[in-house]
Design a protein around this ligand. Structure first.
Ligand code: GLY
Ligand code: MN
Ligand code: MN
Length: 440
């Protein structure tokens, strides 16, 4: 299972067909220090990985479709057996060609010397100005030097263009091989959630549940968590990014778990909320029913041709209606939606693209009025929630929230693939209906 070299090559060809006489440059992700001389586990930049499958730091990929011999060039860390003894295997310059399909490869130390030959005939440079300011300056100074000779030569890049608007629409629609990895990431994530639900009970700690989840990720061949796992009991469920996971779970509390596995660089992202002691209180059940209905109805809006905002709008509508019925909101449905008076209860959007990044790339809007249209091969999350913080403050004119509703946080999140006929829920192996999550 995985992406083969042919697919990486096709992606590069597809990109090169779009940049004409330009040269595109991609930089590997930097390493990150955890403390002193210990580094975090390396994670390649997703754009770089998408085009190369190459998983080492200190690398630069150049795509120069107009170059006669070297259309794909890799600059990599050279082999160095002594350094590799300490910091791990390096592929080296030769294998960059034989294994990764580069037409030419160099040591990263030769970048300044070798890069200009791939830029001098380009009409523009495609490069995303990223967070690495030093490397941004490397590219800008090459451009500046080339332009200094433009008058004499009459050739050279006269513009810098961002790579994202070209590359990210490609990443947004997943291939069969990518979907296979995403299905596996979803399946492991689902397995972990099911194990967590069986394990959780009053008296146990949130971190014990986290350990069960992350054990499954690794045990099943995943890289690990796709993002810091959220295991939030009781009112902790009202904190969207609660990751302390250090509280003891009590009877009569809900447990909100938002955790996903990264597998082969692709990510799962699932949230489930269930009663720690096996039975919902009436208030918890009422909130859960609204969120579940919002999620099910929102998923129905995920199909080809639908504008991206419609599943979110549907979720908001169901949530507001439900809160009005419970008396937690007051007034006219449309006005509450228009004036966003539901926001103290529901402050985030209903989903995001999912792929190599958990919050994956691709525009949501083409311009102020036009949303992206859903199309087969896109994967997104559908994750409505209601969060009644102990400290919730109603907006003007809205009622105070009675005490018995406070401290309830519910989110339900699935990963959904847009298919030709509608959608496929990749994470349906984790139950969410009340009769399936309450214990008898
Ligand atoms: N766990 C991150 C998210 O749901 O967006
Ligand atoms: Mn999530
Ligand atoms: Mn999500």
């Amino acid at each position: 299972m995985g992406i083969d070299q042919r697919e990486y090559r096709q992606r590069r060809e597809q990109l090169m067909a779009k940049i004409g006489n330009g040269t595109a440059i991609f930089r590997s992700a930097p390493t990150a220090v955890m403390h002193n001389d210990v580094e975090y586990v390396y994670r390649q930049d997703s754009d770089f990985f998408y085009l190369t499958g190459f998983n080492e730091p200190e690398a630069v990929a150049v795509l120069a479709p107009h170059h006669e011999e070297h259309r794909f060039v890799l600059f990599v860390q050279p082999k160095d057996l002594e350094k590799e003894t300490w910091t791990g295997y390096r592929c080296g310059v030769e294998a960059a060609k034989t294994v990764y399909g580069a037409d030419e490869a160099y040591s990263i130390d030769e970048l300044d010397e070798k890069l200009p030959q791939y830029l001098i005939k380009a009409d523009r440079i495609y490069y995303h100005l990223g967070r690495d300011r030093i490397f941004n300056n490397v590219i800008l100074s090459h451009w500046q030097r080339l332009m200094a000779g433009y008058q004499k030569r009459g050739t050279g890049p006269i513009a810098l263009e961002d790579t994202h608007p070209i590359l990210h629409p490609m990443r947004l629609v997943k291939s069969e091989a990518e979907l296979e990895l995403m299905r596996k990431a979803a399946a492991i994530s689902a397995q972990a959630h099911n194990r967590a639900r069986e394990f959780a009970r009053p008296g146990r700690y949130e971190y014990e549940v986290q350990a069960e989840i992350e054990h499954t990720f690794r045990q099943e061949g995943g890289i690990g968590p796709a993002y810091p796992s959220i295991v939030a009991s009781g009112a902790n469920g009202c904190i969207l990014h609660y990751i302390e996971n250090n509280c003891q779970m009590q009877d009569n509390e809900l447990l909100l778990i938002d955790a996903g596995c990264s597998y082969g660089y692709y990510n799962g992202d699932i949230t489930r909320t269930f009663p720690v002691g096996g039975k919902f209180t009436p208030e918890q059940k009422a909130i859960y029913e609204i969120v579940l209905e919002a999620q099910l109805k929102a998923i129905e809006e995920v199909k080809p041709g639908k504008p991206y905002n419609e599943f979110h709008d549907m979720a908001v509508c169901v949530i507001v209606k439900g809160l009005l019925d419970l008396g937690l909101l007051r007034g006219d449905l449309e006005e509450i939606i228009k004036e966003e008076k539901y926001k103290p209860f529901y402050m985030h959007r209903t989903g995001h693209w999912l792929g190599l990044d958990v919050h994956d790339v691709g525009v949501y809007k083409h311009n102020e009025e036009t949303w992206q249209t859903l199309q087969p091969g896109q994967v997104l999350t559908v994750e409505p929630g209601i969060y009644i913080s102990p400290h919730i403050k109603p907006t003007e004119g809205q009622p105070e929230v009675p005490k018995n509703w406070r401290g309830i946080g519910v989110r339900i999140e699935d990963d959904v693939l847009v298919t030709a006929s509608g959608n496929e829920i990749l994470t349906s192996a984790v139950p969410k209906l009340i009769e399936d999550i309450e214990s008898v």
